[in-house]
Ligand binder design. Structure first.
Ligand SMILES: C[S@@+](CC[C@H](N)C(=O)[O-])C[C@H]1O[C@@H](n2cnc3c(N)ncnc32)[C@H](O)[C@@H]1O
Length: 337
């Protein structure tokens, strides 16, 4: 077993001590099911907030739980990587989770999730009309998504990042092909909708983070595939966003940009907050080049007969120029050749 999957003796004692307490073991079990806030955990466990926070801090300090802030909220999730992730998983797999206390926790977790989904749906309902309206302006999503899947290819994606994930649609489409996936968006409201959608889709390998496209900090680099779908036209500096994305790619990793081709529908600015009226092939090629990526594929989806006078959507794929040094290992697991 690799050394990175082993804990030192003192670290193992600290981790086992942290988990060796009823509330903390319940927390580990709950945080394996979902990413949760202190408020949600307090409601599920029926304990005071300071108490729950104290237990969470011990688990975070021991490396068994990851914490990340999203605006005023902090989300907690069971650590899934490295030796701590393995230890937490081994402990859970060894325990009979059908006991009364843990089963009651899971039932209350179900109620919390249902409330969360309802709140997100209400938000979505308020904005759905707008989104449906914009969809009717370009070629059908089904064509765009089929073209994206074809361009991404069959190989397994080791680490996927979706920048400006919105309601998480791209993660729903591509996370099933990925070992792990992360979605980033500036809007907590959008992320709330995404969280509900991804839970409904049963995608457990996805993390969502609040973040800005110009200051990405998803806690790691080395993504094998990054998606920027219908986001660049909102931005005042799309080239910078592409450079920032490229910085997070693994050597040989790929960036797939999907956006509108150049158009003249000025009202997209006034009605939908677009800054840019689409992008030409040359402009995107320049962005990719500046970011150290080679253009490797592109496709323009113009309207077909019967689709009406709708806007063309284009796909552009760039690949990181650095050579992979660990190709023989990665070729078994990653989609990067
Ligand atoms: C039209 S939505 C596209 C969502 C998603 N990619 C999709 O296609 O379903 C654009 C998203 O970009 C996000 N966004 C806009 N500017 C951003 C920024 N500076 N940093 C992060 N996200 C941003 C918005 O919050 C919104 O969710």
């Amino acid at each position: 077993m690799p050394r990175s999957l082993r804990l030192s003796f003192p670290d193992a004692i600290a981790a086992l001590e942290a988990v060796g307490e009823p509330t903390r073991l319940r927390l580990i079990a709950l945080l394996s099911e979902a990413e949760l806030t202190v408020t949600e955990l307090t409601a599920i466990l029926g304990q005071s907030q300071p108490r729950v926070s104290r237990h969470l801090k011990l688990l975070v300090d021991a490396g068994l739980v990851d914490r990340h802030r999203e605006g005023a909220w902090a989300f907690f999730r069971r650590s899934e990587r490295g030796a701590y992730g393995r230890l937490a998983q081994d402990i859970l797999e060894t325990i009979d989770l059908s006991g009364a206390e843990l089963a009651a926790d899971r039932r209350r977790l179900g109620e919390v999730r249902a409330e969360r989904a309802q709140a997100a749906e209400q938000y979505f309902a308020r904005h759905a009309a707008e989104w449906d309206r914009i969809r009717t302006l370009h070629v059908p999503d089904s064509r765009v998504e089929a073209a994206m899947l074809a361009m991404v290819g069959e190989r397994r994606i080791e680490a996927l990042l979706d920048i400006g994930t919105g309601t998480g649609r791209m993660l729903e489409l591509l996370a099933p092909k990925a070992a792990r996936a992360t979605g980033i968006d500036a809007s907590p409201a959008m992320l709330a909708v995404a969280r509900a959608n991804l839970e409904r889709a049963g995608l457990r390998n996805v993390q969502l983070r609040q973040g800005d496209v110009y200051a990405l900090n998803p806690g790691e680099t080395g993504f094998s595939l990054i998606i920027i779908h219908q986001v660049l036209h909102f931005l005042d500096d799309p080239a910078r966003a592409v450079r920032e994305a490229a910085r997070l790619l693994a050597p040989g990793g790929r960036l797939l940009i999907v956006d509108l081709a150049p158009h003249a529908v000025e009202r997209l600015r006034s009605e939908f907050a677009h800054r840019r009226l689409g992008f030409s092939r040359e402009e995107i090629a320049g962005f990719l080049d500046d970011a150290g990526l080679d253009p490797v594929a592109s496709e323009a989806l113009s309207p077909l007969a019967g689709e009406g006078d709708v806007l063309t959507v284009a796909l552009w794929m760039g690949r990181d120029r650095r050579r992979q040094t660990d190709a023989p290992f990665l070729s078994q697991t990653s989609e990067v050749a």
